[in-house]
Design a protein around this ligand. Sequence first.
Ligand SMILES: [Zn+2]
Length: 135
Amino acid sequence: MAWKCPKCGRTFSRQQQDHYCVKPQNIDEYIAAQDESVQPRLREVRAVLRDALPEAEERISWSMPTYWKGKNLIHFAAFQKHLGIYPGDEAIVAFADELSGYETSKGAIRLPYDRELPAELLTRLAGWCYEQYRK
Ligand SMILES: [Zn+2]
């Protein structure tokens, strides 16, 4: 079972893995701290969200890359086998039909790395979060 360091947010295959633990201060550092095999996908999702949310600020919140406009709009996070997208419960309800092909749980969507990134859906989802949540 994978272990996610609560301090820096990196995921390891071994529990309590020793590592040089640095809390990422920005999205570049977060991506650089993840396994090389998932970095291209993280850069891909970041590009999609940045294009979808030109007015939002990129920051780290809850140890995750976050898009912020007066309020957290959407987060993403790297796991061993999937990318987690956190648009909030309301967004998951609003997009339930379109997300039916993906595993979702309270506030989270799991996008497996072995499937293509649903960029168009993420763009609309992020836009929805912007309209609903921004302050
Ligand atoms: Zn750590």
